[in-house]
Design a binder for this molecule. Structure first.
Ligand SMILES: Cc1cc2nc3c(=O)[nH]c(=O)nc-3n(C[C@H](O)[C@H](O)[C@H](O)COP(=O)(O)OP(=O)(O)OC[C@H]3O[C@@H](n4cnc5c(N)ncnc54)[C@H](O)[C@@H]3O)c2cc1C
Length: 387
């Protein structure tokens, strides 16, 4: 989010930007630990628009972000998402969402169990009532890509446009108060520097609430751990989409045949700040594997080849991004709280936020539905499809 916003500010608006990043290895950054998938099957119009715009950008990233002779390549593939339902209610929800999605030029096919079996012979449809499959078209598409490469592409292109990346931590703000509004004049860093600024953007992922607190702004963004497992199985699931089982377990193929990524929401309470080193292997053994084997018999025998954890930057208010001006701060902005769908929205959010900062208004996508003020207004924009 930070790198994308910086690139759009510099490239589209000629703004001079400094990005403070406390760890240039990005070892704990969500953007480096993500499952890197992009979809259109959301339950809210704003998320559909953001992912659609971003998909167009990612499809053309080689043209958009080529810098210094380097042409970024994300390995974007678009086999779709397959949402599965196991109850009449779940099926109705897929139907309702399809109506909204269709109104936004998103193409999906609703497949009854027979049609699911015919299309995906490896799928056990026992207990299923319906599936919703995303179809790739010029306007819509779903799949996955190399998210770390996307982040680095924005970073390198931003540097080529004159953006300065400094490896240092933002720890405090220098502010000026007038008429009840606070204006940020500089950011103090852990290494004792002060970076003067005309505007500041808090895009610190799962750590954004702690940074905003330094400005007296309370954001409901919490670090919520999600585990990812890489598996190997003797399973030929050609053209498999990213499958979301009614149990919440998901899987998708990797490029190499017989290799897959999978995961599930945590067991029990979704606690804040669980250390990333604590991958929950019991989650795999007790929840994920049984669900995988029940849905795809070929997953009966498999082995875990790797696992890792990263933080969702969970917006506990309504599971959606918080974007735009920070209330009470004349020149403060944020882009955080994307709750597990931020990587796929970074290009569209970065572009719109840059417009808002540089011109005072949104032009490509109106991001006011994601305004921070909705928290105080008690007006949530609930996204139902958060895994
Ligand atoms: C397991 C997992 C799977 C996911 N799957 C998907 C997916 O399939 N599709 C999708 O779209 N999204 C997915 N996400 C979510 C996605 O990764 C995030 O929404 C996105 O990466 C957030 O980007 P960001 O730039 O806001 O945060 P980050 O990438 O975390 O970047 C924030 C940066 O801020 C830095 N920072 C923090 N505090 C300070 C400070 N005080 N000073 C300086 N620097 C600071 C951090 O070091 C970090 O590098 C997933 C996330 C996880 C963990």
């Amino acid at each position: 989010m930070g790198a994308a916003t910086a690139w759009f500010l510099a490239h589209e608006h000629g703004v001079r930007v400094t990005v403070l990043e406390r760890d240039a290895s990005y070892a704990r950054a969500s953007s480096a630990l993500s499952a890197c998938a992009i979809r259109q099957q959301f339950s809210t119009a704003i998320n559909i628009r953001l992912s659609q715009e971003s998909l167009h950008f990612y499809r053309a990233i080689g043209d958009r972000l080529a810098a210094g002779g380097e042409v970024p390549h994300l390995g974007l593939v678009e086999p779709g998402y397959l949402y599965l339902a196991a109850t009449a209610q779940g099926a109705q929800r897929l139907r309702d969402q399809q109506a909204l999605q269709r109104a936004h030029a998103v193409h999906t096919a609703l497949l009854e169990p027979d049609a699911l079996r015919a299309r995906f012979p490896w799928l056990d449809t026992d207990g299923l009532t319906l599936g919703s499959l995303g179809l790739s078209t010029p306007t819509s598409g779903e799949g996955w890509f190399d998210g770390y490469a996307a982040m680095q592409a924005f970073r390198q292109a931003a540097i080529a446009c004159g953006v300065t990346f400094v490896e240092d931590e933002a720890v405090e703000f220098e502010v000026r108060d007038s008429d009840g509004m606070c204006t940020v004049t500089g950011v103090r860093t852990a290494r004792g520097a002060t970076v003067p600024c005309d505007a500041v953007v808090i895009a610190a992922g799962a750590w954004s609430a702690g940074v905003a607190e330094r400005l007296g702004v309370s954001l409901p963004v919490r670090a919520r751990k999600r585990d990812v497992f890489a598996i190997e199985a003797d399973a030929d699931l050609r053209d498999a989409p990213l499958v979301i089982d009614p149990s919440g377990v998901w899987f998708r193929p990797e490029v190499a045949r017989g290799r897959f990524l999978c995961g599930a929401p945590p067991r029990g309470e979704d606690a804040d700040d669980v250390p990333l080193e604590q991958v929950d292997h019991g989650l795999f053994d007790e929840v994920i594997w049984p669900a995988l084997a029940a849905r795809v018999p070929a997953f009966d025998a498999l082995r875990v080849t790797a696992s890792w954890a990263g933080y969702y930057e969970m917006n506990t208010f309504d599971h959606n991004g918080l974007v735009g001006p920070l209330p009470g701060i004349a020149n403060g902005y944020t882009a955080c709280g994307f709750s597990g769908h931020g990587l796929q929205q970074a290009p569209a959010v970065g572009r719109a936020l840059a417009e808002r900062i540089a011109t005072g208004a949104y032009h490509t996508i109106d991001l006011t539905p994601l305004r921070v003020e909705r928290i105080a207004e008690g007006a949530p924009v609930w996204e139902q499809n958060v895994i």
